[in-house]
Design a protein around this ligand. Structure first.
Ligand code: SF4
Length: 197
């Protein structure tokens, strides 16, 4: 399980590097301290995407604290969203956040005929239309992934995770349920000696 979590983290590093390069070329970025996407009750993740987070929670001894918080939640908003924070879009587990949270606003989608188009968020499109247009143009000019300066592509990034553990990547859950399932799975596998994955 630790190996799988480590492979997921490596894929995240590569996605982050790709997004960072794309941001440098295009200037695309979030509004400072935005966090708008985290307020959506529709954030979803697979258990696989949350293994690095589950590992971090276990290793920092925060299991009971996190499960207690999940038990007493009164909204569908992610348990790790801090509306008071000004840091990293108000995400308190930024380094281990799942794939959707990494790519949201900074990815491409494949259309018919393999055409790539920018998939960004409504806040960016509304506040920074020129930057979004430049990012769209960069994607349109390059057209294929081999030419670099492209953001990650939704289905491809998901598939690179899926092959690590199809069982844990098959089902997407609302974010708080996915967090609970990942923490419980980590605890169970650790109890069994860490190899039951
Ligand atoms: S994991 Fe972080 S980025 Fe994702 S919804 Fe929760 S607070 Fe937001």
């Amino acid at each position: 399980m630790r190996n799988t979590a480590s492979e997921v983290s490596k894929i995240y590093q590569s996605i982050d590097a790709q997004i960072s390069e794309f941001q440098k070329v295009t200037g695309l970025g979030c509004r400072e301290g935005c966090g708008n996407c985290c307020r959506s009750p529709e954030v979803q993740a697979t258990v696989l995407e949350l293994l690095p987070l589950a590992q971090a929670i276990y290793e920092s001894g925060r299991v009971d604290e996190v499960l207690d918080k999940l038990d007493t939640l009164e909204s569908h908003i992610c348990v790790f969203f801090d509306s008071q924070s000004e840091w990293r879009g108000r995400c308190t587990i930024y380094d281990t956040r799942p794939l959707l949270c990494r790519q949201f606003g900074f990815a491409a989608q494949r259309r018919k005929g393999n055409e790539l188009v920018l998939s960004t968020c409504s806040v960016i499109k509304t506040l920074f239309p020129d930057v979004a247009a430049r990012a769209e143009a960069v994607i349109a000019e390059h057209g294929t992934i081999e030419n670099g300066a492209l953001p990650p592509i939704w289905g491809d990034a998901m598939m690179s995770l899926y092959v690590l553990s199809p069982d844990l990547a098959r089902e997407r859950h609302p974010i708080n349920r996915a967090i609970r399932l990942a923490v419980e799975k980590w605890g169970l596998v650790e109890m069994l000696g860490g190899s039951a994955l």
